[in-house]
Design a binder for this molecule. Structure first.
Ligand code: PAF
Length: 291
């Protein structure tokens, strides 16, 4: 089946109703400028569902006033080729007016504590925008399964919590972070890095995996693990600032005190040149889930 591009909610609902007859619908929400991380989610959805839909929508509601909404990279043609090749059936690509009809959005989903920590401290309205667009997309697409990447660990936690607290139907499937050969987590914003910054960027994953190694070697003190990550990042030449280093409960994102529990999320955000880069690993003794 060739990829079908759909720009309106009405048309998507019509096609979706027809597609429903084929069986389960898997959905991969994105902001476009796709990379192998997104494509791995589309491929997972392809394996697990009869019909696969993706969305590309650069959501203004999740960008702060001084953030990169206008500059956010876009390439619909290339994205469509990648989606079609990965086996995606439907692409929902609405305009901002279609998603947020004038005069304005007045009702938002406002997540609580989980959204005020980590990324939320630096970007106070970000997760309100994410949760709102995700519930809108879920209501339009009505997926049986939705797919998000572990790379945005706090986003995963917020969406999971929203689905639980608001009784949103369907399953959330979380795909592992897809990395460049040197460990840098794939992100559409990596395109902002200069050659020198790109060469320095793998330090973020190295700092996190060093902490993971320490944890696996028996170090379970949260302060010691946070200090290890910070020391590695501070020694890196182009890291201009470290926004946070966190070891947190993966469900609530409350910061770990004392002993770390199995499954905690070690995460960091650093300013490396122009972009803010995020990454995380799950602290687990089993080799397969951590990184
Ligand atoms: O991760 C993203 O690309 C976005 O935050 C999402 C989930 C598509 C919502 O706009």
């Amino acid at each position: 089946m060739a990829l079908e591009l759909i720009r309106t909610i009405e048309e998507f609902r019509r096609v979706r109703d027809e597609a429903r007859a084929a069986g389960s619908l898997g959905f991969v929400p994105t902001m476009g400028f796709l990379h192998e991380g997104h494509i791995s989610l589309v491929k997972m959805a392809r394996e697990q569902n009869a019909v696969v839909a993706a969305s590309i929508f650069v959501n203004p509601a999740q960008f702060g006033p001084n953030e990169d909404l206008a500059a956010y990279p876009r390439d619909l043609e290339r994205d469509m080729e990648m989606l079609e090749e990965a086996g995606c059936d439907l692409l929902f690509h609405p305009s901002p007016e279609e998603m947020y009809p004038p005069p304005k959005q007045d009702v938002y989903v406002v997540p609580g504590d989980i959204a005020s920590r980590l990324e939320g401290a630096a970007r106070p309205t970000h997760f309100r925008g994410v949760a709102t667009v995700v519930i809108k997309l879920f209501n339009i697409v009505q997926p049986d399964r939705s797919y998000l990447g572990q790379k945005d660990g706090q986003q995963v936690a917020v969406v999971r919590r929203m689905m639980r607290d608001l009784n949103v139907p369907g399953e959330l499937v979380v795909g592992p972070t897809v990395r460049e050969p040197d460990g840098l987590a794939m992100s559409s914003r990596n395109t902002y890095l200069t050659t020198e910054e790109r060469a320095a960027a793998p330090v973020i994953y190295r700092a996190l995996t060093d902490a993971l190694d320490l944890y696996r070697a028996g170090q379970t003190n949260a302060d010691t693990l946070r200090a290890s990550i910070r020391t590695t990042l501070e020694s890196a030449p182009l890291v201009a600032s470290i926004d946070y280093v966190s070891i947190a409960d993966p469900l609530t994102l409350a910061e770990a005190e004392g002993e770390v529990v199995e499954g905690a999320m070690a995460s960091t955000a650093v300013q490396l040149g122009k972009p803010r880069l995020l990454d995380n690993v799950i602290l687990t003794k089993s080799e397969s889930r951590g990184a």
